[in-house]
Design a protein around this ligand. Structure first.
Ligand SMILES: NC(=O)C1=CN([C@@H]2O[C@H](COP(=O)(O)OP(=O)(O)OC[C@H]3O[C@@H](n4cnc5c(N)ncnc54)[C@H](O)[C@@H]3O)[C@@H](O)[C@H]2O)C=CC1
Ligand SMILES: NCC(=O)COP(=O)(O)O
Length: 339
């Protein structure tokens, strides 16, 4: 039986600043400013101090180890320095900045893996910039998974908002390739990961999972596409035989209305936009991207680098605040389950 653990036992969370020219540094600074009001767990930034100081006049204290963050956090934003050798101009991404974003991500994820940080929270990176420096993963999700020794295909991206959780089964895949990638094995393995993640990180004993169809009207019994009959329905039957409360396939067009949303804990979607459009439409300001299936907790705000806003003090910090809060809750829950 687990016993209650004081939340203060949670090590500080590592927050990678993301692309130095994006809104990442600004939303991290805004999160620190909101630390008391929003009762955020202790965290420290990982990145180049200049990315913060060019857009923010608040106090920053460099630290050498995560443990030092605890004493600093009430009065200043603790930071582990990662050098960016280039010019940092908000809204103007460059190659050194992309390398700095990657180094920051690597270090922050490593600190979480070692247990020195309680979780890793990642600010937005530009995928195009990362690809230009030879980044071979689709995104931060797959990178962190690999660093944890897990194949990218064995984790799940879950988008989390106050009234909706969605999971894209295929993620950063060209839409034309989606039907060919959908298999019974993919659906079964990804839904198992989601089921376990909702139990472990959200304390939902028997998660209710709604599986979307791929085609209009979930295929109308094979008359508007056959994926539902040949792939999705057999996968649901396999999952139900294992005791997982998976249901569907449901027409995606009515899966996100207020009445339908009451009926499930997460909607499993067939492709990126099917999952992200409803989440961002309903919860853009406080949506969180969480990676399920990792040995560590990793969250991120739902938004991207928003280069056009960078340096103008125009970015909202709420999604980053929600990402830090959720990471703290999930990491505390895991800690509690361990003792
Ligand atoms: N987790 C990550 O690292 C993510 C990175 N990206 C990257 O971000 C870049 C830009 O992608 P976009 O599709 O333009 O998405 P975006 O989220 O950066 O911007 C979309 C719209 O939302 C606004 N916006 C974004 N964040 C905001 C905030 N905090 N407060 C107020 N308004 C905000 C932007 O100004 C823009 O109008 C791409 O390079 C993409 O790779 C996109 C999504 C997630
Ligand atoms: N569209 C979601 C997104 O781009 C986040 O990707 P990741 O970098 O967190 O894997």
């Amino acid at each position: 039986m687990g016993r209650t653990v004081d939340a203060r036992a949670l090590p500080p969370l590592a927050v990678a600043l993301g692309d130095p020219a994006g809104v990442g540094p600004e939303v991290v600074a805004k999160s620190w400013e909101a630390r008391e009001r929003r009762r955020l767990p202790c965290f420290f930034a990982v990145g180049d101090e200049r990315a913060l100081s060019v857009i923010w006049r608040g106090p920053i204290v460099r630290i050498g180890t995560p443990a030092e963050a605890t004493a600093i956090f009430p009065n200043a934003l603790p930071l582990i320095q990662v050098d960016d050798p280039g010019d940092i101009i908000p809204g103007e991404p460059n190659t050194p900045g992309a390398r700095c974003a990657l180094d920051s991500l690597e270090l922050a994820a490593g600190l979480a893996r070692s247990g020195a940080a309680g979780a890793v929270v990642t600010a937005p990176v530009s995928k195009a910039q990362l690809y230009s420096i030879g980044f071979t993963h689709d995104g931060q999700t797959e990178f962190v998974a690999e660093r944890c020794g897990i194949a990218g295909g064995n984790v799940a991206m879950m988008m989390v908002g106050p009234s909706l959780r969605t999971v894209p089964l295929t993620i950063h895949t060209p839409i034309a390739q989606v039907p060919g990638l959908l298999t019974i094995e993919l659906i079964v393995s990804r839904v198992r990961t989601v089921n376990r993640g909702l139990q472990r990180d959200f304390g939902i004993t028997c998660p209710r999972l709604a599986i979307a169809g791929l085609n209009p009207h979930a295929g109308e019994n094979g008359n508007m596409g056959t994926e539902e009959v040949e792939i999705i329905r057999p996968a649901i039957e396999m999952l139900r035989a294992e005791g997982i409360d998976a249901n569907g396939p449901f027409s995606a067009d009515t899966l996100f209305d207020p009445y339908a949303r009451k009926g499930y804990d997460a909607a499993i979607c067939m492709y990126h936009d099917q999952a992200l459009i409803p989440l961002k439409t309903l919860h853009f300001d406080d949506g969180v991207n969480m990676t399920l299936g990792l040995p560590i907790v990793r969250t991120a705000p739902d938004h991207g680098t928003a280069f056009a806003l960078a340096g103008r003090n125009a970015a909202r910090g709420d999604a980053m605040i929600a990402a830090i809060a959720l990471a703290g809750e999930c990491a505390s829950r895991r800690l509690q389950a361990c003792v």
